[in-house]
Ligand binder design. Structure first.
Ligand code: GLU
Length: 483
């Protein structure tokens, strides 16, 4: 099996395309085949080298590797369509010579007029193949006018059926299609031509791509046949939509892999989650290692219906991977997020890394992705915290709070041992001695020291915040009460 992922470098890698890449990768690895990465940059206006770089980076970040591609080379290169122009031109010449293709001189205005007329007649618009049988005099006259021809592929009139490995037999009738442009008037290959020629040259055996290419497939098949080649197997993956059934857009949380990356998702969680979009095992199992996915992935279980990308589900899954991830890696990956929020300086000392590791551990499941971290870790990393106004107002109303917080300040000032266990003992003893309900003490203490009513375990939190900051915050609160 030789498969390819063929992105056009006209933007960031869309989540749906990342999933197509992943499916190709899984199938190639399962079959011990080759996974080829090909850059489809025939659209020179919209294609940008920066995007190619980002796409490659993001695919590698996701955990994919490829056997052949523009960066790693391979026996069927070059792997960028912009570097294969001569091959396309030669092949176009061949089709022209064999009269499987012809020069078409129609100007854009003429094509537009044709389209309008067809629509008026309630016909579906298509090229009417009027240049198929130009005489050499007619051609010469057009040339004399300075018209630059395109090359069109003469579609044989017949029905084309192919067996889509996900959808079964699909039939199209070419009588409803106009002849296809294969070379543009600027001498560059049109998208469809480049795709087919590369799939032939790169000996691709299976084409797994998005469902938006289904209607291109009959034309592609006819091109394979025009070169005397057997077409590859095709499978078209369902579109990836948002939970409301519409095209993925910003309002669904993200549209590209890069955005997910910058929102602090882990690549292994995305790898797992994307594999489940439109695919699943018969059991309810949802968490898979890459090795398990390679083993279990199969086209038979790919669904025809649209795949729903649900940010909430991905976030949940990311939380699970976050809990499993190596702590020192989490610290490394958290730094840019904390630095951006101004919570950590550019150079991080070993002692600070250790502290961050403890913060991440104490926050536990409260953090599901890195972008949650600055908000959740602020109570540990900031000198001055912000108080939740409602929470503060509520504790200040309670009688005796001023005394409790003053007592606690004194009590804790005398404690050298700020371990979780000792803090718990000292503060619980205080409640018993003063005959106070624990909630009457714990609650104001938490608000005074963290600014919030909820958070990780109180004693762990105090222990991690440390003596100095804890006392400072208690004193600040006490001053507010006295005022
Ligand atoms: N370059 C095409 C795209 O990005 C893929 C074409 C194909 O897979 O055949 O949609």
């Amino acid at each position: 099996m030789r498969v390819r992922f063929a992105p056009s470098p006209t933007g960031y890698l869309h989540i749906g395309n990342a999933r197509t890449a992943l499916f190709n990768y899984l199938l190639a690895r399962k079959d011990k085949g080759s996974f080829v990465l090909r850059i489809e940059d025939t659209d020179t206006e919209r294609s940008k080298p920066e995007y190619e770089k980002i796409i490659l980076e993001d695919l590698a970040w996701l955990g994919l590797d490829w056997d052949e591609g523009p960066d790693v080379g391979g026996p069927f290169g070059p792997y960028r369509q912009s570097e294969r122009l001569e091959r396309y031109q030669e092949s176009a010449q061949r089709l022209l010579k064999e009269e499987k293709a012809y020069l078409c001189y129609c100007a854009p205005e003429e094509l537009e007029a044709m389209r309008q007329a067809q629509m008026q007649r309630k016909e579906s618009p298509r090229y009417d193949n009027r240049c198929r049988s130009l005489t050499s005099e007619q051609r010469a006259a057009f040339e004399k006018e300075g018209r630059k021809p395109v090359v069109r592929f003469r579609l044989p009139e017949r029905k084309v059926t192919f067996n889509d490995l996900i959808r079964g037999d699909i039939t199209f009738d070419t009588a409803l299609m106009g002849d296809l442009i294969i070379m543009k008037s600027d001498g560059k290959a049109a998208f469809h031509f480049a795709v087919v020629l590369d799939d032939i040259a790169m000996e691709i055996t299976h084409v797994f791509r998005g469902e938006d290419h289904i209607s291109n497939t009959p034309r592609h098949i006819l091109l394979f046949e025009a070169f005397g080649k057997r077409p590859p197997f095709f499978a078209h993956m369902a579109m990836t939509l948002g939970p409301d059934g519409s095209r993925l857009s910003k309002r669904h949380g993200a549209t590209s892999l890069r955005e997910l990356r910058s929102q602090g998702f882990l690549p292994e969680a995305i790898f797992n989650y994307l594999a489940l979009l439109g695919w699943g095992t018969t059991e309810d199992k949802e968490i898979f290692t890459p090795a398990e996915l390679i083993q279990e992935f199969s086209l038979e279980r790919c669904k025809e219906g649209a795949a729903i990308f649900d940010m909430a589900k991905l976030t949940w899954m990311n939380g699970l991977y976050f809990q499993k991830a190596d702590l020192s890696r989490l610290v490394d990956l958290s730094l840019p997020f904390l630095q951006e929020a101004g919570l950590v300086s550019e150079t991080v000392l070993p002692k600070e890394r250790e502290y961050l590791a403890r913060v991440i551990t104490v926050l536990g499941e409260r953090v599901k992705k890195f972008s949650d971290l600055p908000g959740a870790a602020g109570i540990f990393l900031k000198d001055e915290i912000e108080y939740d106004a409602q929470a503060k107002a509520k504790i200040l109303q309670k009688e005796g709070v001023g005394k409790i917080l003053t007592d606690l300040n004194q009590l804790l000032a005398n404690e050298a041992d700020f371990s979780t266990a000792n803090l718990e003992k000292v503060i619980r003893d205080y409640c018993v001695n003063q005959n106070l309900k624990t909630s009457a003490v714990f609650h104001p203490l938490r608000v005074a020291v963290t600014g919030q009513t909820v958070g990780p375990g109180l004693f762990e939190t105090l222990s991690l915040i440390g003596k100095e900051k804890t006392l400072h915050r208690l004193q600040t609160m006490n001053q507010t009460i006295k005022m």
